[in-house]
Design a protein. Structure first.
Length: 313
RNA sequence: GGUGUCGUAGCUCAGUUGGUAGAGCAACGGACUGAAAAUCCGUGUGUCACUGGUUCAAUUCCAGUCGACACCA
């Protein structure tokens, strides 16, 4: 395929084979992959996040990937940073004359790019932080609620985050910044999905494999590195339940059962997010996983071809 | 073979002194622009094992059948 898209996206819930599919597609499109995965950004979190470098090798090529292993485990990463990093990665890929292929399952991150969220780079305001630090939590909550509706309790659980949220909102109000915010609504978006029941089976099978392939040791290693239990728990899923298991709070069987269910529920939430994206006007070309990768690959290429014709490029 | 207990939602079980039934988990739907694999909200999905009987009315009482478990042989 010769002419280039400003962006091609491949999304889907966990355990549908996105990476392998993306790598094959990247080879065809002469593309490099930008990962949109909120957990694969962390170094040392490999098996638990399904990060497998060997996946990027195909025949005798290695497909370049971006936004993987770019943050220290134990630190935080967020949409704003993702959007920034995405821009840099995309510019780099284009400057090499290649195509950017965004691939991942983190709905918020995908949407922030596709809908062009206007996220402003808000500097630290020490004076404000000093003032706010003297207020009671109730006061802080009242302040942030007066600026914007609360999304959920994540907004108000943590004092530090509460103060940061006020800092951001105040800055936006006072500075009237219209950030770059390019949207990619009219670029092709491919999705892979399976029947819900099949996804569950795939998740369970994969979980068994990962447990046998050193996932427990991986989490133990992170704990040994000094990453706090709380932080690991907040990363969720594998990191949460394996931490509970390793600290003796739940048995192996409980861990398996709870984690398995949690991943099933996660896949469902991912699908909910994709439906929301469709409702917001993002057209997703769904490839049914049951059909098999070969046929889906052909379908995907066809769709991209028709997309070009349609948009007159 | 005999005696007893039990059979209610996908699972574990409540319950109805007779007026067609809930809880937890699962499942399903949704919200979510600075932690998003997080966080939060909503929804009961059912031949009350089966067949008869009593009754205005049976998931509930009675009898039988089937199944599970326990004990006795």
């Amino acid at each position: 395929m010769s002419s280039k898209f400003p962006l091609v996206t491949l999304l889907g819930p966990t355990a549908v084979g996105k990476t392998t599919f993306a790598v094959q597609l990247a080879l065809e499109l002469d593309a490099e992959i930008i990962s949109a995965d909120s957990r694969q950004v962390f170094r040392g979190m490999d098996i638990g996040t399904g990060k497998d470098i060997s996946d990027y090798k195909i025949t005798n090529h290695v497909i370049s990937s971006h936004l993987i292993d770019i943050a220290e485990p134990g630190t935080e990463y967020n949409v704003f940073q993702f959007q920034q990093d995405f821009q840099v990665a995309r510019d780099l890929i284009i400057s090499k004359g290649k195509s950017p292929l965004m691939c991942g399952g983190t709905g918020l991150y995908l949407e922030s790019v596709l809908l062009g969220y206007n996220l402003v780079d808000v500097p630290v305001n020490e004076v404000l932080r000093q003032q706010l630090s003297e207020l009671a939590n109730d006061e802080l909550i009242k302040r942030i609620s007066s600026y914007r509706p609360l999304h959920n309790t994540t907004d108000i659980l943590d004092r530090e985050r509460l103060i940061r949220a006020i800092e951001i909102e105040l800055y936006k109000q006072q500075n009237n910044h219209q950030q770059l915010a390019i949207d990619f609504v009219h670029t092709p978006v491919l999705g892979i999905r399976f029947d819900r029941k099949t996804v569950r089976e795939r998740i369970t099978t994969r979980l068994r494999q990962r447990l046998n392939e050193g996932m427990i040791e991986e989490v133990q290693h992170l704990l040994d590195q000094g990453i706090s239990k709380e932080q690991l728990m907040f990363y969720g899923l594998e990191y949460k339940y394996l931490t509970l298991y390793l600290s003796g709070e739940i048995s192996y069987n409980e861990m398996f059962r709870l984690l398995n269910t949690a991943i099933h529920q996660f896949a469902k939430r991912q699908m909910t997010w994709f439906r929301r994206m469709e409702n917001k006007g993002i057209k997703i070309f769904w490839l049914e996983g049951e059909v098999g990768p070969e046929l889906n690959h052909a379908k995907a290429l066809n769709y991209l071809k028709s997309f070009q014709t349609f948009s007159g490029k």
